[in-house]
Write a new protein. Structure first.
Length: 349
C-alpha cells in the first residue's frame, strides 16, 4: 500500500447481496472493506476473482465468513441482510459487539417477532412489528445506530451513475462517520434525524413499487402510474402517522425520492416482481425463480395486518394483499383499485 493507504479505516459490511456489494464498492473508495457472507464458496470466489454478481470489486474489499472477525476488526459496520433474517443475524453478531460500535443498516423491511408468520395465525399487532434499528437495540449493546436509505438502485450505483443517499440517525457521530466513508464524486450523502420515518418509508415504498409494477405489466401508462405513486405516498404517511413518524419524513429523499426510483425502474426487484404478476405469471412461479428477496412481498403481508390493527384506509396495500395472498383475480382487483374512491387529493399535511 502506498500514499497513506495504511491510514484508511476498515469498515464492515454484513451481507453480500446486490446492495451490500454495491455499498462495499462505494466504501472501498474511502476505506478498506471486510465483506461478510455465510457462504464459504462465495467468500473464496470473491477473494480469488474480485468479482461478484457480475460486478468487478475493488481490491480493497476482502470477504470473510467470520462475524467475530468483522466485529473485532471494524468499529463501523453496515448490516445489509433481508429483514426476515435480520434478527437471527444480530443474535449471531451480538456477542462480539461492544458499546463503541456504530451500526448503519441498509435493510428495508419489517421484523415480526413470530418466526414464521401466516395470516391464519391471527392479526399482527403493532407491538409485534419492529424496524431494524429496534432489533439492533433489542439484541445488542449498540446504541449509536443509523439507517441507510434510498434512492439506491444497486446497478446504477455500481455503474458509477450519480445519486444521493440518506443516513438517518439520532446521533451526529453516526451521520458524520457514515458520510466520511460513503461520500464520493458520484454519491452524495444527505442526512436526517428522522430515523423511524426513514425506516418506515424504506419499507413501505416497496409495497407501492409492487403495485406500480403490476400496472406496467398490464400495459397501463404513466398517468395511472403517477396516480398510484401519489396515492401510495398518502398510504405511507398514514402508516407513519400511527407509528410515530412525522409526515415530513416521507417528503424528502428517503421518502418520495426513494419511492419514485423504486416504483418506476425495472432495476427494482419489487417493481419487477409486480410487472411479472401483471404479465400473468403466478406468485408461486415468481417466488421460485427469485435469486434475491423482493422485500415488498413480505411487507405487504405485514402492512395489511398493521392496517387492520390501526383501522387504516390503505386500498393499495389491501388490494395487493388480496392478489398475492388470497389469489384474487388481478384484473378485477386492479380495476377496483384504479377507481381510487373518494374525491380528496392531498390529505396528509
Amino acid at each position: 500500500m502506498h500514499g497513506g493507504a495504511e491510514e484508511l479505516p476498515i469498515v464492515g459490511v454484513i451481507g453480500a447481496g446486490s446492495f451490500g456489494t454495491a455499498i462495499s464498492n462505494l466504501l472501498a473508495l474511502n476505506a478498506h472493506v471486510l465483506l461478510y457472507s455465510r457462504n464459504p464458496e462465495m467468500v473464496e470466489q470473491i477473494n480469488r476473482t474480485h468479482r461478484h454478481m457480475d460486478m468487478d470489486l475493488s481490491v480493497r474489499i476482502r470477504a470473510t465468513g467470520n462475524l467475530q472477525e468483522v466485529a473485532e476488526t471494524c468499529t463501523l459496520i453496515f448490516p445489509i441482510v433481508p429483514s426476515a433474517n435480520f434478527r437471527d443475524m444480530m443474535r449471531e453478531l451480538s456477542p462480539f459487539l461492544r458499546p463503541y460500535h456504530l451500526l448503519i443498516h441498509g435493510t428495508k423491511g419489517f421484523d415480526v417477532r413470530r418466526k414464521e408468520y401466516h395470516p391464519a395465525d391471527g392479526p399482527i399487532t403493532s407491538e409485534e412489528v419492529c424496524t431494524m434499528s429496534e432489533i439492533i437495540r433489542q439484541e445488542s449493546v449498540v446504541v449509536r445506530i443509523g439507517c441507510l436509505s434510498g434512492p439506491n438502485l444497486a446497478r446504477e450505483i455500481m455503474a458509477g451513475q450519480p445519486t444521493a443517499t440518506v443516513i438517518a440517525s439520532r446521533f451526529d457521530e453516526v451521520i458524520e462517520k457514515g458520510k466520511k466513508v460513503l461520500s464520493s464524486r458520484f454519491f452524495q450523502v444527505l442526512h436526517t434525524y428522522e430515523l423511524t420515518g426513514a425506516e418506515l418509508a424504506g419499507a413501505l415504498k416497496n409495497v407501492v413499487a409492487v403495485g406500480s409494477g403490476i400496472l406496467s405489466g398490464l400495459g397501463m401508462g404513466k398517468n395511472i402510474q403517477a396516480i398510484l405513486i401519489t396515492q401510495g405516498l398518502m398510504e405511507m404517511i398514514r402508516f407513519g402517522n400511527v407509528m410515530g413518524a412525522s409526515p415530513n419524513a416521507f417528503l424528502g429523499t428517503a421518502g418520495i425520492g426513494d419511492l419514485i426510483a423504486t416504483a418506476t425502474s425495472k432495476q427494482s426487484r419489487n417493481f419487477s416482481y409486480g410487472m411479472r404478476l401483471g404479465r400473468g405469471e403466478t406468485v408461486e412461479g415468481i417466488n421460485d425463480s427469485l435469486t434475491e428477496v423482493a422485500e415488498g412481498v413480505r411487507t405487504i403481508l405485514i402492512a395489511k395486518q398493521l392496517a387492520d390493527h390501526y383501522k387504516l384506509d390503505v386500498p393499495i396495500t389491501q388490494t395487493l394483499y388480496r392478489i398475492i395472498y388470497e389469489g384474487a383475480d388481478i384484473f378485477q382487483a386492479i380495476e377496483s383499485l384504479i377507481r381510487f374512491p373518494g374525491e380528496a387529493d392531498v390529505d396528509f399535511v
